[in-house]
Design a protein around this ligand. Sequence first.
Ligand code: SAM
Length: 298
Amino acid sequence: MENINGKNLTDISYIKEIMRKHGFNFSKAMGQNFLTNPSVCPKMAEAALEFSAKNLQEEILAKKTAVIEIGPGIGVLTKELCKRADKVIAVELDKRLLPILQETLAEYDNLQVINDDVLKVDLQKLILEELCGYDVCVCANLPYYITTPIIMKLLESELPINSITVMVQKEPAKRLCAKPGVRECGAVSAAVWFYCRPEILFNVSRGSFMPAPNVDSAVIRLNILPAPPVDVKDRTMLFRLVKAAFAQRRKTILNAISSGLGISKAEVSAKIAQAGVAENLRAEQLTLEAFAKLADSF
Ligand code: SAM
């Protein structure tokens, strides 16, 4: 089936046809669940680029927009991004998808596909070399088996990007966006709130994918902050403490930090007191400000 903009990449019979033609079958290990709900990708692409537009207006600059996509699959979201952005760079691990992408997205000359593991790509260098002068955002339907490592990498490498719009599983979406200090939060939420303002944009049912996963999904947008909301002398220490405290989240911060960092309880107790924080709290009860004070006393 053709639509006005070429092949309809959400049409299940077309997906099956192109898979058959290229001898492609889904890899569960690579988290391959392709979107077939036609309303999702245009909405995701709009949401990713809408934030760029807002930024540009504020800067009163006529900058070009670029998107880094992780895991384009057969290109269903990529196509919507190519229609709206000046440049799209898509990083795909599975080399079997490259000839498919060449065919499905042949009409777009603003697309560059990189065959690599996104966790191994030097994104800082990529932006500097390929997207210098562009207003850059990230947009992806993430492979679920590495959602957290990808988000942590995007945040910790402090890339010059304005937002990260991603599809993740519904429960992790809630955890990622939970503010430090509330029960659902985790170590990754602290990193999210240190670098961004997160928002859950919309839910996507499991039936929107082929093959259908066992759980529903949600699209979230992490709007990168110009500067972190808290002052901290040493970011590495902040995140070491956060990880230690959440690694044993049922324990008090005194016990979790002492065993996580391998420091005596007496010493940890003194540092916690110096920060003005109660040592019998659990990680999930600490705000980002409290973690920052703790980091400064260590
Ligand atoms: N964007 C497509 C869509 O929405 O239909 C596919 C999304 S599918 C959930 C995840 C994609 O990520 C697959 O194409 C998979 O091959 C790719 N992928 C898996 N691990 C990856 C990695 N480490 N680096 C880059 N891409 C990866």
